[in-house]
Structures are given as C-alpha cells and as structure tokens.
Design a protein around this ligand. Structure first.
Ligand SMILES: Cc1cc2nc3c(=O)[nH]c(=O)nc-3n(C[C@H](O)[C@H](O)[C@H](O)COP(=O)(O)OP(=O)(O)OC[C@H]3O[C@@H](n4cnc5c(N)ncnc54)[C@H](O)[C@@H]3O)c2cc1C
Length: 284
C-alpha cells in the first residue's frame, strides 16, 4: 500500500504534521521508535492550552488525536529512506513502506559514530542486517550493537553467517543466540585491511568479512544520505523543504530553538508543503 506521506517521528513535530496532513486528506503513516525529547520533559509550562502538562501526557494526547483523525501510527525504527522514481521507500526493520513524500520529525538523537565508520559504509560496513545480510551468507561478521533491535538483528545474521557481537554500550544481551561470540571490549574504530574489515577495540582487534553497526537511533544522513546538513541540523527553507525534492523536515532536527511550540508550528508548515508538493506532482 502506498501512502501520500510518511512521517518519521511522533513527537510534537510529527504529531502536528500528521494532524494537518489528515486535514488535507493525505493518507498518512506516522512511524516512531524510542522516546524522543518530549517524553523526557517532566513538565511543559509554555505550550498554549495545555498548562502543567508532562511531556509523556502531551505525546499520549496528541498521538490519540492523530489516530482519531485517521492517520496510521506504528512503532518501528526507520533505518533507511530510498528515493525511487518520484516516490520513497522506507525500510522499517523487516518491512518496507512507500510514500509520495516524507516528513522527517526525528528530534535530535545525537549519534556518535566509530572512527571511519561512515567513510566505510557500503564498503564492508552496513547499518542494516535485513538489507545486506544475504551478502554475508557463509561468511564472518561482527555486529557492533547498542541496544534496541541490535540483539535481534545479530540473531538474524547468525542464521546466515558466523557472528561476533561487540556491545558499544551496556545493554541486555541475554537474548543473544548461543552461537554468537561476545567481544567484551570497547569498539573504537573500523579499518579496511588485507584480511578483511577490522574492528579496533580498546584492548583487542577483530577481523571479519563485514561489520554491522546497529544502534537504536539513526543519524539523518544515514537515513537519507542525500540530505544536506548545516551545523548539525537538517537544512530546510521557509516551507520546511529539505534539499531533497519531496522530503520535508520539522522540529528539533532542523535547529534552535528546541521548543515544543516551534516544533508543532514547523510540523504544520511541513504538512501543508507536502500536500502542495503532492498536488503539483499529480498535475505534472
Ligand atoms: C528534559 C526536557 C525538558 C524540556 N522542557 C521543555 C519546555 O518546558 N518547553 C518547551 O517548549 N520545550 C521543552 N523541551 C524541548 C521539547 O521537548 C522539544 O523541543 C520537542 O520535543 C521537539 O519535538 P520533536 O517532535 O522535534 O522531537 P522529539 O520530541 O524528540 O521526537 C522525536 C520523535 O522521532 C522518533 N524517531 C527518531 N528517529 C527515528 C527513526 N529513525 N525511526 C522512527 N522514529 C524515529 C522518536 O521515536 C520520537 O517519536 C524539553 C526537552 C527536554 C529533554
């Protein structure tokens, strides 16, 4: 099924965008993953009409509101957005959703990468077991995991390859398949060597055919590598349009001030711009 718009993020910016998208009668899917900044706010006092509201309560009310308005809401980490001939495919764990336009409302998840990780992406480093796992059938891989889906993804890879698992930070790894060896050392960098891909840790080094880095958050440029980022924020114009045609962005991820009222206002503009874009594309 194809949506008019997929909104990545169900914080204030994404929820607001969804409400306006539905007012414009767009077929709307909202995807969210872990808690965003809003759910961490103990109390918000400067949002009109909702005095003394907690962040969690705000998110609960606005998510209920967007579902009542006819948007679909699903939990799942969006791992990759791929432009495909005028529309977009969104990879969400094991599913792919398609839409004519995208609104990014992912907040400001800061992702600290390993040294050389981004440079070696696609050259032995992957962020997506579902997309690239098959290339490593019968080979050896290392999974650098940081929680979320990383244990599940490592178990999936263990069905195809010999897997070592290196926790990037402390998280529950009790669910790891028995065949997986755990590297109990801090990962620092990735290098390409004659023997294969090398994971350099604090006290040890490990070589494999491929290295998968699986974190619960994805940097905007990993989601959609074509995206222009300026000073750490996704670049948008006054219509909340990014440099990628059909992709809009709103909220904390487009920069200061990091405030709820700004996020909802931008979500509203992004949805109106997406509606305009879809209409124009239909008439072209
Ligand atoms: C402790 C604290 C107190 C605050 N107090 C106030 C206050 O009093 N007043 C005020 O105006 N502001 C306050 N803020 C700031 C406010 O919370 C943010 O400005 C606001 O939440 C931004 O909304 P957002 O929708 O852009 O991002 P967020 O609320 O961070 O939501 C981001 C959403 O994106 C989703 N997401 C991210 N990546 C993916 C992915 N790859 N796939 C699927 N989903 C994804 C997350 O699951 C989440 O749903 C506070 C923030 C904090 C942390």
């Amino acid at each position: 099924m194809k949506y008019d718009v997929i909104i990545v993020g169900a914080g204030p910016a994404g929820c607001s965008a969804a409400l306006t998208a539905r007012q414009r009668n767009l077929k709307t899917l909202v995807l969210y993953n872990a808690e965003g900044a809003m759910e961490k706010a103990h109390r918000v006092d400067n949002y009109p009409g909702m005095p003394n509201v907690s962040g969690k309560e705000f998110v609960k009310i606005t998510r209920e509101q967007l579902v009542e308005a006819g948007a679909e809401l699903r939990k799942g980490l969006v791992q990759k957005i791929m432009p495909v001939g005028g529309s977009f495919s969104c990879l969400v764990e094991n599913d792919i959703y398609e839409a004519s336009s995208i609104i990014l409302a992912c907040g400001t998840a800061r992702v600290k990468t390993l040294k050389n990780e981004e440079e070696l992406l696609g050259q032995g480093v992957s962020y997506c077991a579902t997309c690239d796992g098959m290339f490593y059938r019968g080979k050896t891989v290392i999974v650098v995991g940081a929680g979320g889906e990383s244990v599940e993804e490592a178990n999936y890879l263990a069905e195809l390859a010999t897997v070592k698992y290196c926790p990037e930070r402390k998280h529950d790894i009790s669910g790891l398949n028995d065949s997986i060896t755990v590297i109990d050392d801090k990962p620092l960098s990735i290098e390409k060597s004659a023997e294969g891909m090398k994971l350099v840790c604090d006290k040890s080094e490990h070589v494999a055919d491929g290295i998968f880095v699986i974190r619960p958050a994805i940097a905007p440029t990993q989601l959609l590598p074509e995206l222009e980022v300026k000073d750490g924020s996704v670049y948008v114009d006054k219509d909340m349009a990014t440099n990628v045609k059909g992709v809009f962005a709103a909220g904390d991820m487009v920069g200061q001030p990091l405030q709820v009222a700004k996020a909802t206002g931008e979500g509203n503009i992004a949805a109106l711009s997406a509606a305009k874009y879809i209409k124009q594309a239909e008439n072209d």
